[in-house]
Design a protein around this ligand. Structure first.
Ligand code: NAD
Length: 412
């Protein structure tokens, strides 16, 4: 999907925020430079005895406001530039939501569909041991992202703990509940996307009851967002995965059930859609929840949705953004819309530190509080400064990191 570099998009967004905040060229230098970049070779012994080499990455973009935090992606197209871009976005996201974290990202250039379960485990453990010196609950805390899930987090936690000599649940988030995971983490990003969609509908004075939604991506973010929105009374009319889209299903729950048993979303009775047809549906809310660069200068012109809620990271290129703005489409930017995941990851880390676990209601309430507060701040900034919501969200996040830099000063 990546045609324009995600790093170009992320740097353009930062440049704009620096201009709007009237920060100096020195500030730009400090803010646009990742702090630590690690590339590792990850050897994997395949089940047939062959050994293959994979590239692994970990980028700690910022640690100014606390330990760095960010997902681990298993995807054949991940490279260092994309990892830097995603780590940069994590930095602004954590600052925007006021979590005591910097930003990070990591991953392995591998198609996880080609791995057996035991190969996936060996690859995850070896990657963890390669990046071990720079991660830890006080240094850098990985989490799941595209192509990884709670099983990978369990293996990462175990590998780190075996080397430490004792159990360290706080080294990763998104773990299984029995290993110190948090209730509500699995659905948190999708729940946050749903909160964002409801708030955006309020801003545009559209009744959520019966409002229509199309979602690109039916993974951890897309599926849970679809479920949450359906439960709130919206009508999810189309979803897609890597192989294309479908419309004409009666409920998301039914489609998910079919997907679980058949491994594809082509349920009998549904109609097929291409990715572009899904993006161009006449719906109230469009949710890109797959990969970067799906809304480009080319694809944006056909978008008819009133609102775009970015479940994915960097799904809109600067060219696509310009067209959405011209069409007066309200865009809830990624660093706000998908922040539910890192917010509940933060709750998980806090619970692990305290060895005291919250109820599902406590998690839900606290997630809602932080998202609503952040939403109001962004809405207020956008109105006051007459800027887009993306610009407003970046201004808040970037200004907090810039201020923290100034207050800490430069060592030595
Ligand atoms: P996932 O691996 O669980 O799901 C990805 C989905 O996208 C799958 O349904 C896949 O089939 C689909 N997909 C892949 N390539 C596609 C393409 N070219 N066209 C259409 N669909 C395609 O990943 P996820 O965790 O749901 O992450 C999705 C996005 O959300 C990523 O950008 C990720 O960085 C972002 N995100 C995830 C979380 C989280 O907690 N998982 C948090 C914040 C942001």
């Amino acid at each position: 999907m990546t045609m324009e570099s995600t790093l170009v998009t992320a740097r353009a967004q930062l440049r704009r925020a620096v201009e709007l905040l009237e920060l100096s060229e020195n500030d730009w230098q400090t803010l646009s430079t990742p702090r630590r970049i690690l590339e590792v070779a990850v050897p994997l012994r395949r089940d047939n005895g062959n050994v293959e080499m994979y590239k692994g990455f970990r980028v700690q973009y910022s640690t100014t406001r606390g330990p760095s935090k960010g997902g681990v992606r298993f995807h054949p197209q991940i490279d260092m530039d994309e990892t830097v871009a995603l780590a940069m976005l994590m930095t602004w996201k954590c600052a925007l939501t006021n979590l005591p974290y910097g930003g990070a990202k990591g991953g392995i250039a591998v198609d996880h569909h080609t791995l057996s379960l035991s190969e996936n485990e060996r690859l995850t453990r070896r990657y963890t041991s390669e990046i071990l010196p720079i991660i830890g609950p006080e240094r850098d805390i990985p989490a799941p992202d595209v192509g990884t899930d709670e099983r990978n987090m369990a293996w990462m936690m175990d590998t780190y703990s075996v080397n430490a000599g004792f159990s360290v649940p706080g080294v990763v988030t998104g773990k299984p509940i029995v290993l110190g995971g948090s209730l509500g983490r699995t659905s948190a990003t999708g729940d946050g996307v749903a909160i964002s969609a409801i708030e955006a509908l309020r801003v545009r004075a559209i009744d959520p009851k019966g409002a229509t939604v199309a979602i690109q991506g039916f993974g951890k973010v897309g599926y849970w967002a679809a479920m949450a929105l359906e439960n709130l009374g919206l009508k999810v009319v189309a979803v897609s995965d890597v192989n294309g889209g479908v419309t004409g299903f009666s409920s998301v729950a039914q489609l998910w059930e079919y997907y679980q048993s058949n491994g594809n979303i082509g349920m009998p009775g549904t109609d097929k859609l291409t990715q572009d047809e899904l993006l161009h549906l006449d719906v109230d809310v469009l949710i890109p929840a797959a990969l970067a660069d799906s809304i480009t200068e080319k694809s944006a012109s056909g978008i008819q949705a009133r609102i775009v809620v970015e479940g994915a990271n960097a799904p809109t290129t600067p060219g696509g953004d310009k067209i959405l703005e011209e069409k007066n489409i309200l865009v809830v930017p990624d660093i706000l819309a998908n922040s539910g995941g890192v917010i509940v990851s933060y709750f998980e880390w806090v619970q692990d530190k305290q060895n005291y676990f919250w109820t599902a209601d406590e998690v839900k309430q606290n997630l809602n509080d932080i998202m609503m507060r952040t939403f109001k701040e962004v809405e207020h900034m956008a109105t006051e400064k007459k800027v887009t919501w993306r610009e407003a969200a970046h201004m808040i996040g970037v200004s907090r990191v810039a201020e923290a830099h100034k207050l800490r000063g430069l060592y030595p």
